[in-house]
Design a protein around this ligand. Sequence first.
Ligand code: M6R
Length: 364
Amino acid sequence: EKAGFEHFMMKEIHEQPKAIKDTLGSVVKDGKIDLSNVGLAKEDIENISQIHIVACGSAWHVGMVAQYVIEDLARIPVRVELASEFRYRNPIIDKDALVIIISQSGETADSLAALREAKSRGIKTLSIVNVVGSSIAREADNVFYTLAGPEISVATTKAYSTQLIASYILAIEFAMVRGQINQEQYDGFLSELSELPDKIQKIIDDKERLQWFASKQANAKDIFFVGRGIDYAISLEGSLKLKEISYIHSEAYAAGELKHGTISLIEDGTLVIGVLTQNGLYEKTISNMVECKSRGAYLMGLTTYGNYNIEDTVEFATYIPKTDEHFAASLAVIPLQLLAYYVSVAKGLDVDKPRNLAKSVTVE
Ligand code: M6R
């Protein structure tokens, strides 16, 4: 059932190109986005005044990426919230808002409660869900199914990746319907998305170097991830993946925020991983990494092919293919999934079933 892989997580990492192709194929037909299965009409999209994305864990990290992409492309204000906070906050939600709930299982208790809270106020809801017929899928006004297939490993990989795709599709469609992008941009974005599966495959094919690097981190006490903008959102996911299955303490920081406290934790040999996929922010994040280095940190950089001068700064560099920067999370997360996986294996841990965790959190 593991198709020759040692763990479900590795199998599911390898299934990502197909999961993305399937999810794209369900909503893009003849070069055009078709949301008729989701049920969102053009008038609904035109009327959205603001978006609240509500989720837990990795699904919340998808929301963090989606916030940057939707705001930048469609120019609709987006707020991303943890379901466990949203439901007890008496949130202010505009009557023309759209509440988007993201959930692999469709059964996460807090996400379901947040959905019910929005519905009870008469707010339009859309869920992005993987498990067909789950509670969140059934109860939301509209459902965007991710076609990741069953995900067994507690640490999510392919569900996360397909949730990103769903978010990009919504961002592009909202942008087009609301006149924020032209036909050429729309076509360009869809063609970039169609190239993601092959680019992910290339990263996976190159996994040995990451395995080697990961095996040297088995004794690490703390690992920090830093980035700005979308790179910060990717850092959050990289950090959660690592701590979840390797039990190494890790934190993700918006790179500019480090010097407001956290940098005091940097000691000789602490690993700091910089995520640098956004060219406009590259120099800024590099300078934050250099600040860590001068306090003893050991640096890894994750950036796009071409940025080879990163090797002047970091001890270990890993590269991802170029894509439109809005979609870079889909590529950058792959080496971070592999890193977490290989550290967990190097420590001899139970990769698929980490201690204290359940696949689906159905209690609040
Ligand atoms: O089923 P859901 O997507 O609602 O689950 C949300 C989180 O529990 C989940 O993403 C969790 O953080 C993962 N184990 C992370 O890998």
